[in-house]
Ligand binder design. Structure first.
Ligand SMILES: C[S@@+](CC[C@H](N)C(=O)[O-])C[C@H]1O[C@@H](n2cnc3c(N)ncnc32)[C@H](O)[C@@H]1O
Length: 208
């Protein structure tokens, strides 16, 4: 993790202790390597991934979010459904990738209705951005798929452009959406758009 040169020491210590905890926890909750797992980033209340894990008992599904109350509700759903192939964990997406145990990769990654960060000065916080997609590609299984859905038209257009220009990814216009299960934010959205991208090169040739 690279810190801003002006970052306060207590902030650096706090983040480093969170990363150390995540590094210790992940091997205890993920299947042993080599495992190609299904990841949902920003899983919220877990509606989508709980249904997905029930439909695909052969896949191990990991849902991450940064909000405790959403993860608690998601975990209750998982327990009610008695799904052994599903785990919800508190983690920020960039930090998860940094702490992922060796040999673990993702066959599929879902990003459903992510925070759109509509103001231009906040676009750097969006997850569909070149450097995040490069790091994500490094952790994908061959031909791993990235599923992106949002109701924010400008984020969708910008995200599509980033993926079109990214050397590690190819948009697959004919690839089907694997499962329709409305999330909390999908139910509130008057309209939304989706795309599927396939990992093309794990190591970015431009080293962006
Ligand atoms: C707009 S909500 C969508 C939740 C859910 N996907 C849905 O469709 O109902 C975005 C979710 O992403 C989580 N989130 C935001 N930034 C994140 C990050 N960097 N890493 C992991 N989760 C994040 C938020 O806490 C929130 O639960």
């Amino acid at each position: 993790m690279q810190f801003h040169p002006g970052a306060k020491p207590e902030f650096v210590r706090h983040v480093e202790s969170r990363l150390a905890q995540l590094r210790a926890e992940l091997p205890t909750v993920l299947p042993p390597p080599p495992a190609a797992i299904t990841l949902e980033i920003g899983c919220g209340h877990g509606h989508f991934l709980t249904r997905y894990a029930a439909v695909h008992p052969e896949r191990f599904c990991l849902g991450i979010d940064i909000l405790n109350d959403r993860l608690e509700r998601a975990t209750k759903k998982r327990d009610r459904a008695d799904l052994k192939n599903l785990h919800f964990h508190k983690a920020e997406a960039v930090e998860l990738l940094e702490c992922l145990p060796n040999g673990i990769s993702f066959a599929e990654v879902f990003l459903l209705f992510p925070d759109p960060w509509p103001k231009k000065r906040h676009h750097k916080n969006r997850l569909v951005r070149p450097d995040f997609l490069t790091t994500l590609a490094e952790h994908m299984a061959p031909a791993g798929r990235f599923y992106f859905r949002t109701d924010h038209a400008e984020y969708f257009a910008a995200g599509r452009e980033v993926l079109e220009q990214h050397p590690c990814w190819r948009i697959a216009p004919d690839a089907p959406w694997p499962l329709e299960e409305a999330t909390v934010f999908q139910l509130k959205a008057p309209a939304y758009q989706s795309l599927v991208a396939v990992m093309h090169e794990r190591i970015c040739p431009c080293l962006c």
